[in-house]
Design a protein around this ligand. Structure first.
Ligand SMILES: [Zn+2]
Ligand SMILES: [Zn+2]
Length: 375
């Protein structure tokens, strides 16, 4: 028990203000306080929310910000009172906790734990920061920062995983892929034999496809403007592909043409592109269709086709795909370990932490799905 008392100086990706360039800085990482662990990151990955945090597109991000929220690492030291984790444990962060005692946790209706909620203050639960740079406290993207060699995380926002897990795949399931998978599994509760459409085939959309396939959906339609996403979708179980640029018809019309004219049972909006929310709703069956909004867009309010909604359809929003951090994410981690999903299909690019800025160019490549940042 010696290293817990020392501040570690290491490299970390920092954004000093909304819309500013990402800089690799020397940062100071404090020892963990009570109920916290300091984690040596193995790798991280990039999710759309990271871009949002760099560009300042959501109002709650604070600067300077230590970036990243997907990743996997090894516990380097533990704070007082930590009993469930020890040095050397492999962990992935989760941005919502699960106390298993609050109203939402025991209701079975929601994953939005009231005791350990998604933290948008950018600070630890005691409202202070463990990371600093040039004398400035750094804010977190959500509940931690993963694009750093070391980070400090509250133990209620971590799960332990088997150390033989593929690190890149562990990183992917810490947010994007699991969000999609959970949206099909826990939020929509897709039924066997049903029909599904997914708007946007990034890691989240591919996660929805994977979840829908596991649950026995018969028809799984993927929509994307990038034709390279067809083979990715098929790898996870997609049965039909629509590129909306190939037609003058609306995406919802194209979906109905593929589903007896009535639309699908479940529809998932993973892009955050505002007008697609109505398309997502309209693509479902009148009277019973369920649309799930997963993609965080850039607009605070979105127009919605009221008639689509009035005709008996349900629109449900979802954070982290309705997944509970302990009960559900551990099941996904187990499936990941058993290679039940072809997560290698997501792993399109890698960069070293010091070359993190190259990642933003790689994101523009049509064949880019997920970029792994190696420490
Ligand atoms: Zn994310
Ligand atoms: Zn709770």
């Amino acid at each position: 028990m010696t290293n817990t008392s020392k501040v570690i100086t290491c490299k970390g990706a920092v954004c000093w203000g909304a819309g500013e360039a990402v800089r690799l800085e020397e940062i100071q990482v404090d020892p963990p306080k009570a109920n916290e662990v300091r984690v040596k990151m193995i790798c991280a990955s990039i999710c759309h929310t990271d871009i949002t945090s760099i560009q300042g597109l959501l109002p709650f991000f604070r600067y300077p910000i230590a970036l990243g929220h997907e990743g996997v690492g090894v516990v380097e030291s533990v704070g007082d009172g930590v009993t469930n984790l020890k040095e050397g444990d492999m962990v992935i962060p989760t941005y919502i906790g699960e106390c298993q005692e609050c109203e939402n946790c025991i209701s079975g209706k929601s994953n939005l734990c009231l005791t350990y909620p998604m933290r948008i203050s950018g600070l630890m639960p005691d409202n202070t920061s463990r990371l600093s740079c040039k004398g400035n406290n750094l804010y977190y993207c959500l509940t931690f920062a993963t694009w750093s060699e070391y980070t400090v995380i509250d133990v209620n926002y971590l799960i332990k995983v088997d150390p033989i897990i593929n690190p890149a795949h562990a990183s992917f399931i810490s947010c994007g892929f699991s969000t999609g998978y959970g949206a099909a599994w826990r939020e929509a509760k897709v039924e066997s034999g049903s029909s599904v459409v997914v708007f946007g085939l990034g890691a989240v959309g591919l996660g929805v496809i994977s979840g829908a396939k596991t649950l026995g959906a018969k028809k799984i339609i993927g929509i994307d403007t990038n034709n390279l996403k067809r083979e990715k979708g098929e790898a996870f179980g997609m049965t039909h592909f629509i590129n909306p640029n190939d037609s003058d018809k609306s995406p919802s019309t194209l979906v109905k043409e593929l589903s007896d004219g009535f639309g699908v049972d479940y529809s998932f909006e993973c892009t955050g592109v505002a007008p697609l929310l109505t398309e997502c709703l309209e693509a479902t069956k009148m009277g019973s269709g369920k649309a799930i909004s997963i993609g965080a867009g850039n607009e605070a309010t979105v127009p919605l086709g009221h008639l689509s909604l009035l005709f008996g359809r349900t629109l449900k929003g979802s954070i982290f795909g309705g997944l509970k951090a302990i009960s559900d994410l551990s099941i996904i981690a187990d499936k990941c370990l058993k290679q039940e999903f072809p997560l290698e299909e997501l792993h399109s690019h890698e960069v070293q932490l010091e070359d993190v800025n190259e990642a933003f160019e790689l994101l523009k490549q049509p064949n880019c799905v997920k970029i792994v940042i190696k420490m």
